[in-house]
Ligand binder design. Structure first.
Ligand code: GAP
Length: 454
C-alpha cells in the first residue's frame, strides 16, 4: 500500500471517517460504512454537487429513484448481457482475475452477446501465488441480484442497480409530461450502485456498493457534440473550484473503441492522481439515443420529444456525467492530507475546503474545571450549533484539542478564556495558518458565514 494511502486509511478508521462494514464478523466483501465524520464529509460533497449542478442552474431536475426496478429495465439497458468482465481463474489458489487487466492480454467484447474474444493471450502466471492460470475466459456479469415477493417459489428475480442512472431514463416520460421541460434539460440523481467487481482494493476506490452522482442531459442529436464538450468543462472545473482538487492532479483520458462501454458513442474519463497513479474519478459519456430507444422498444412507450420550435419529434440524445461519491471522498482526503513539524512535534491536518469540512467550528472552554468558563463556552456553543456543525471539546490541554480538530479538518477553533468573561470576546484560531484572532462573540456567526462563502 502506498504510504499516503496507508496514512489515510488509518486516519479514516481512527477518527471515524470510514469503517469496514460488519467488522465484528471480520468485514464484508470490500464494503465500507461512513462513520460519524465520514457521513458529514459525504453529505457535504453531495450538497455542493446538488448546489452547483441543480440549485444554481435552471435546467436540471433532481430525482431520487428506487434501488429496485422492473427486471425488464436491465434487459432493455443491455446490462443482463453486456455488463460483463472477462474472468480468468488460477488453478492453484483458485483466485479470479480480470483477464483484460493481466499482463499481455488483449480482449475485445461483442456487446450483442456479451462474449469476450481474445485478440492476444498474455501471461498465464497467477500474480498472487505464481501458480498456473487456466487459459479459459469466462464472462462474468457484474449485476447483483435479489428476489421480490412474499410467496416462496413465486419470487421474482430482480437486479440491484448496476448503474444508478437507469431510473432517470425510466422517469423521462413523467418528467417530460409533468415538469413542462424544454430541451435541452438535465436530470440529476445521487444513488446507490452495486457491482460484483472481481478485482478490488485501494480502499474506497473500488468497492461493491457505492454511490454515483449522475447528470443525464437530454438534447437534440444536432446539439449533442457541442453540449458534450460543454459538460466536460463544467465537470472538470467542479472538481477544482468546488471540491478543491489541484488541477495538476487531474487529467482527461479518452476510451479507445475496444474499451468503450457498450452504451457509449464516445467516453472520456476525468482522472485523478490517486496515490501516484492517474485513475478514473468521473466518466463523461455520449450515450446517443441508445437508452431511450432501448427502453422505448422494451416498454412499448414512445420515449420521444416534440420540439415546438422546429415542429419535429425526435428521441433525445443523452450526455452523461457520472461521478463516484466514494472516489471524490477519497480524492478530497488524498488532496488535503498534510504533515508538518510544529515545535518539534508532528502536526497532521486536513486542508479541506471549509464547505466540505465535517465540522466547521470547535468550541473549547480554556479549562474544563471552572464552571463560569464552561457555562460561557456552552452559551457560545448553543449560539453556533443551529448555524453550523459545531463540536464541543473540553478534554486535555488546548494544544491537544487543536491537533484533534486539525486532523479532522475543522477550519476554526474558538476558545473561551478569562477575558471572555470580562468583554465577551473569544479567540478564533485558523486551521491552516494556526493564527489566532480576538473577535466579539456577536461577530462569530457573520464572520464564519463570510468565510464559508469564500
Ligand atoms: N452510468 C455510467 C457509469 O456507471 P462508470 O464509469 O461505470 O459509468 C461512473 O461509473 C463512476 O462511478 C466512476 O467514474 C467512478 O467514480 C464510480 N465507480 C464505478 N465503479 C466503482 C466502484 N467499483 N467503486 C467505487 N466507485 C466506482
Amino acid at each position: 500500500m502506498n504510504d499516503l494511502m496507508e496514512k489515510i486509511v488509518s486516519l479514516c478508521k481512527r477518527r471515524g471517517f470510514v469503517y469496514p462494514s460488519s467488522e465484528i464478523y471480520g468485514g464484508f466483501a470490500n464494503i465500507y460504512d461512513f462513520g460519524p465524520l465520514g457521513s458529514l464529509l459525504a453529505k457535504n460533497i453531495r450538497d455542493v454537487w446538488i448546489k452547483k449542478m441543480v440549485q444554481e442552474r435552471n435546467d436540471i431536475y433532481l430525482i431520487d429513484g428506487s434501488i429496485l426496478m422492473h427486471p425488464k429495465s436491465w434487459e432493455a439497458s443491455g446490462h443482463t448481457v453486456a455488463f460483463t468482465d472477462p474472468l480468468i481463474q488460477c488453478q492453484g489458489c483458485k483466485k479470479r482475475f480480470r483477464a483484460d487487466k493481466l499482463e499481455g492480454w488483449k480482449l475485445e467484447k461483442d456487446n450483442q452477446t456479451g462474449k469476450w474474444n481474445v485478440l492476444k493471450q498474455g501471461t498465464l502466471i497467477c500474480p498472487d501465488c505464481n501458480g498456473k492460470l487456466i487459459p479459459e475466459i469466462k464472462e462474468f456479469n457484474l449485476l447483483m441480484t435479489t428476489s421480490v415477493g412474499s410467496v416462496e417459489g413465486e419470487k421474482t428475480k430482480v437486479y440491484l442497480k448496476g448503474e444508478s442512472c437507469q431510473n432517470i431514463y425510466l422517469d423521462f416520460l413523467p418528467i417530460r409530461d409533468t415538469m413542462g421541460v424544454k430541451i435541452p434539460f438535465g436530470v440529476a440523481q445521487i444513488g446507490k450502485t452495486f457491482r460484483n467487481e472481481i478485482t478490488l482494493g485501494k480502499f474506497l476506490f473500488k468497492v461493491r456498493e457505492f454511490e454515483q452522482m449522475d447528470i443525464e442531459y437530454f438534447c437534440s442529436p444536432e446539439k449533442a457534440k457541442e453540449l458534450y464538450e460543454e459538460w466536460k468543462n463544467i465537470r472538470f472545473n467542479w472538481y477544482i473550484d468546488t471540491i478543491g482538487l489541484n488541477k495538476s492532479n487531474l487529467r482527461w483520458r479518452q476510451h479507445s473503441p475496444e474499451e468503450r462501454i457498450f452504451y457509449a458513442r464516445d467516453a472520456w474519463d476525468i482522472e485523478y492522481k490517486f496515490f501516484g497513479e492517474f485513475e478514473e474519478l468521473e466518466g463523461i459519456h455520449d450515450r446517443s439515443d441508445y437508452d431511450l430507444k432501448q427502453h422505448g422498444k422494451f416498454s412499448g412507450k414512445e420515449l420521444d420529444y416534440f420540439d415546438p420550435v422546429s415542429k419535429t419529434r425526435f428521441i433525445p440524445n443523452i450526455i452523461e456525467c457520472s461521478g463516484g461519491l466514494q472516489r471524490t471522498f477519497l480524492a478530497v482526503l488524498a488532496e488535503s492530507y498534510r504533515e508538518e513539524e510544529v515545535n518539534n512535534e508532528k502536526r497532521v491536518f486536513l486542508k479541506i475546503k471549509p464547505s466540505l469540512s465535517p465540522y466547521k467550528i470547535a468550541v473549547f472552554p480554556l479549562v474544563a474545571n471552572k464552571d463560569n468558563l464552561v457555562e460561557k463556552a456552552k452559551d457560545v456553543f448553543n449560539l453556533l450549533k443551529p448555524e453550523f456543525m459545531t463540536m464541543w471539546d473540553s478534554i486535555g490541554n488546548i494544544g491537544k484539542r487543536y491537533r484533534r480538530q486539525d486532523e479532522i479538518g475543522t477550519p476554526w477553533c474558538i476558545t473561551i478564556d478569562y477575558q471572555t468573561l470580562e468583554d465577551d470576546t473569544v479567540t478564533i484560531r485558523d486551521r491552516d495558518t494556526m493564527e489566532q484572532q480576538r473577535i466579539k462573540i456577536e461577530e462569530i456567526v457573520r464572520l464564519i458565514k463570510e468565510r464559508l462563502h469564500v
